[in-house]
Design a protein around this ligand. Sequence first.
Ligand SMILES: [Zn+2]
Length: 68
Amino acid sequence: MNRETVVANEMTIPDFLQQDGRSLEDIMRASLFGDENTPALCEDGCEVEADGRCPHGCRSILLAAGMI
Ligand SMILES: [Zn+2]
């Protein structure tokens, strides 16, 4: 997996999905085809643009997953 920048407080994708309760596919559909912002891999629960980062430097889950 290509990680250009390692962010200390960024959650892993499996950890985030376990906490969120949705699958990555569900989040992708809601973000790309719905009106929802994309969750960032942030313990503070930030939501960002699909290809963005939150103010803490955490990437959107779709960006981190290489889906964007
Ligand atoms: Zn954040």
